[in-house]
Design a protein around this ligand. Sequence first.
Ligand code: G3H
Length: 261
Amino acid sequence: MRRKLIAGNWKMNGMTADGLKLAETLAQRAQQAADYGDPPPPACDLLVCPPFTLLWPVRDAIVGSGIALGGQDCHTAPSGAHTGDVSAPMLADIGCSFVVLGHSERRQNHGEDDATVRAKAEAALAGGLTPIVCVGETEAERDAGQTLAVIARQVEGSLPVEALSAADAGLVLAYEPVWAIGTGRTATPAQVQEVHAALRGQLAELLGPARAEATQLLYGGSVKPDNAPDLLALADVDGALVGGASLKADDFWAIAGACAP
Ligand SMILES: O=C[C@H](O)COP(=O)(O)O
């Protein structure tokens, strides 16, 4: 049985006061749920991925709450002359256990291709982090009937298969249709399940059936409290990568609460 993961990708949002308030609110709720069962603890793991500037204060705000911390990107190298970059060991050092890689905004805005994403995922594994590798088709690709082919190509190119096999480590795969990110347009449950089932099948080919069954597949793209129950009930959806709604404690908590026990 795969436990669900609800991950908040704060993207480039939050000054110190905002980020701290959000993190403290989530931590208080998680603590209260764990201590008193009121509200009941969500039947999922929680993860927040703030911008680099907020990692330290958010780490301190959520310590002991059970909420995990993640970065939004990392470099392929562990250290060196890479101005403006942050490495996987640095993220691990500050308390991160996850890192989001290959998000479509990085692919589009920073020209990251599959090979780069794969190298970053290898670096993340070597640095002790669990990579959350993102894939997703554009609207034009979906309209052209290329969705499954595009996703398969991205997975083939982005997944650090050898490193995963060698390290016996895990990763999380996130399906994020580009046309659904930040648009308020969510993929239908049928569209999501079709892609996630294909992802599970491809993982079985690449990593073997047991690891494919154990790998968490997240959906991302305008996940909100009202659509979360239907999406999270799908057979091959093991959680959500939440953008905009993760910036509101009530919404993020409600999405987590939509995970069936
Ligand atoms: O990483 C998160 C995704 O890009 C989804 O963002 P969104 O929930 O604002 O659509």
